[in-house]
Design a binder for this molecule. Structure first.
Ligand SMILES: NC(=O)C1=CN([C@@H]2O[C@H](COP(=O)(O)OP(=O)(O)OC[C@H]3O[C@@H](n4cnc5c(N)ncnc54)[C@H](OP(=O)(O)O)[C@@H]3O)[C@@H](O)[C@H]2O)C=CC1
Ligand SMILES: O=CCCC(=O)O
Length: 291
């Protein structure tokens, strides 16, 4: 069966490579055409527009940067909506807010198509290893049909009910992660400035109750000031912003997340948005120096 894939960034490329290597026939589209090359070498076809991909495929998956892009790929000229119809499914795995997802869902279903949001937890390496955690919501029948693909891309899939619940779950998780990254950065700076060896701090953390894969993975590269992007900082800041808006809607006070968002915004203003989100460490170091 022909499956479409829109968006071959860090995540989309890894996810689509796993699908094609596992026997799915893929038609891919990416705004920057050259990013399709590796997929084509593996046997994928190229669709010239999102609409062309949807026309050819029963199911189309999207992995796009943010809400405005997710909307434009559906609603703009040559977009998904032009070809979606009864019998076709659209699965948006991008991290967006519940409103964006609902708008897309309503448009797709009003044309007879079925819709699932399915954002993922896990970064570049889990995407490459097929170890993502998939947070799906929307049309249950489409979820069931998508399970073979989800089982290739991920290690565990959750079906969370109505559209919006997947987006919300993802934002809650990333809000926690972004706050943790800031606390971790402050800890590394504090250790260093107070005369401790940051490597020893990593060893101590890893043996205690707050040991976690993120500290283990990012700590050593942060100490080396190395921020090759696995999860671009601009996307983490987008997720903090969307999570804070979810907090506003629900009257949930989140001062820790708000402070973390400020640090990510500062990092973006310093031109660090395309680096890994752990580059927020640079902001914490800078603020320490200026005080
Ligand atoms: N990286 C990670 O660790 C994780 C990311 N996510 C989420 O997954 C999504 C993708 O992330 P990631 O792959 O890292 O991001 P990238 O920035 O690597 O890729 C973004 C994708 O969106 C496309 N895009 C951007 N702007 C436009 C536009 N105006 N029109 C059409 N396409 C556009 C890019 O196309 P082009 O190549 O032309 O720029 C690219 O295909 C995001 O929502 C992110 O928050 C979720 C879990 C983990
Ligand atoms: O959205 C990105 C999540 C990155 C991760 O889960 O490590």
């Amino acid at each position: 069966m022909e499956v479409g894939f829109l968006g071959l960034g860090i995540m989309g490329k890894a996810m689509s490579i796993n699908l094609i290597r596992s026997g799915f026939k893929l038609t891919v589209w990416n705004r920057t055409l050259s990013k399709c090359d590796e997929l084509v070498e593996l046997g994928a076809s190229i669709g010239e527009t999102p609409a062309a991909v949807v026309k050819k495929c029963k199911y189309t998956i999207a992995m796009l940067s943010d809400p405005s892009v997710a909307l434009s790929v559906v609603f703009d000229k040559d977009g998904v909506l032009e070809q979606i119809c009864h019998g076709k499914g659209y699965i948006d795995m991008s991290t967006v807010d519940a409103d964006t997802s609902s708008k897309i869902s309503e448009a797709i279903t009003s044309k007879g198509g079925s819709f699932l949001e399915a954002p993922v937890s896990g970064s570049k390496k889990p995407a490459e290893d097929g170890q993502l955690v998939i947070l799906a919501a929307g049309e249950k029948a489409l979820y069931d049909e998508a399970i073979p693909a989800f089982d290739i891309m991920g290690k565990k899939s959750f079906f969370l009910g109505q559209v919006g619940n997947g987006a919300k779950m993802k934002l809650v998780v990333n809000m926690i992660m972004g706050s943790m990254m800031n606390a971790f950065s402050e800890g590394l700076v504090l250790a260093d400035r107070s005369g401790l060896n940051p490597h020893t701090l990593l060893d101590v953390l890893d043996l205690g109750g707050i040991a976690n894969p993120m500290f283990r993975l990012k700590g050593p590269t942060m100490i080396q000031n190395s921020y090759s992007p696995a999860f671009p900082l601009k996307h983490q800041q987008k997720d903090m912003r969307l999570a804070l808006a979810l907090g506003d809607e629900n009257a949930v006070s989140m001062p820790v997340a708000a402070a973390a968002n400020e640090a990510f915004k500062k990092a973006r203003s310093l031109g660090l948005g395309d680096l890994d989100f752990s580059a927020v460490y640079e902001t914490v170091k800078t603020l320490e120096h200026s005080s």
